[in-house]
Design a protein. Structure first.
Ligand code: KIV
Length: 258
């Protein structure tokens, strides 16, 4: 309800990933509104090149490290690769995220084909965030990490996905790596807040991977840094100041630039 209030008030939602207690406390203090224990931990914590090997137990472990240290930030946990391939698996994984991990919401990747899973979880009291656009868990099907929804037909399909998923009960949408114009269109038609990562400035909030804004992620060191990533350590006295600067930049709409 707080995220919906922020959207209605036109207040941008500042989101960031975290995977451990120290950074959870720091981000919470720095004013981050929503913290995601993302399966990006497969890259930034485990050093892998994809999120495929991440397990439910991995996410539960890191969620448990983060949850007790949040005073105000809302905690979301990722459902990893194939953990929501059936209704039963999705329910079991979500139960673990919420009961063992302490998450308040789970996130899953995919479009309208996930609607029955979203509905199954939502009617059982599991808040769901649906992740559209670039879906890193589908990398082995897609072949490469690239911008999604460039062509009008693909954009229309994504708009339809957003509508179907929110009607199925999704409470939040994450939109990754789509043209700004499509980010704007989806934010306009969506009944739930839309959080962008490489989706332009006209969505209701932004999310980035913590290590990316601190300029220490493996992506940075291997030179595969996505164009939307910004180094907030530049000009910051310390890590907490960098996170505060990120929050401030999202709130004031200084990040992302058009
Ligand atoms: O796994 C992750 O960290 C994510 C986001 C960055 C949106 O899905």
């Amino acid at each position: 309800s707080e995220l919906h209030r922020m959207r209605a008030a036109g207040e941008k939602i500042a989101c960031l990933t975290a995977y451990d207690a120290s950074f959870a406390m720091l981000e919470d203090r720095a004013g981050v509104d929503l913290i995601l224990v993302g399966d990006s931990l497969g890259m930034v914590m485990q050093g892998g090149s994809t999120t495929t090997p991440v397990t439910v137990s991995d996410i539960v472990y890191h969620t448990r490290c983060v949850a007790p240290h949040l005073k105000r930030a809302f905690l979301v946990a990722d459902l990893p690769f194939l953990s929501y391939a059936t209704l039963e698996r999705a329910l079991d994984a979500s139960q673990r995220m919420m009961q063992e991990g302490g998450a308040k919401m789970v996130k899953l990747e995919g479009g309208r084909e996930q609607a029955s899973i979203v509905e199954y979880l939502a009617v059982r009291g599991v808040p769901v965030c649906a992740h559209l656009g670039l879906q890193p868990q589908f990398i082995h099907k897609m072949g490469a990490f690239k911008v999604q929804g460039r062509e009008e037909a693909a954009a229309e399909a994504m708009l339809h996905d957003a509508k179907v998923l929110t009607e199925a009960g999704a409470d939040l949408l994450v939109l990754e790596c789509v043209p700004s114009s499509l980010g704007k269109r989806i934010a306009e038609i969506s009944s739930t807040p839309v959080i962008g990562i490489g989706a332009g400035p006209d969505v209701h909030g932004q999310i980035l991977v913590l290590q990316d804004i601190l300029n220490i992620s493996p992506m940075v060191t291997t030179g595969r840094k996505p164009r939307f990533v910004k180094n907030f350590m530049q000009g910051a006295a310390d890590i907490e100041a960098a996170v505060r600067n990120y929050v401030q930049a999202v709130k004031s709409a200084a990040y992302p630039e058009l």
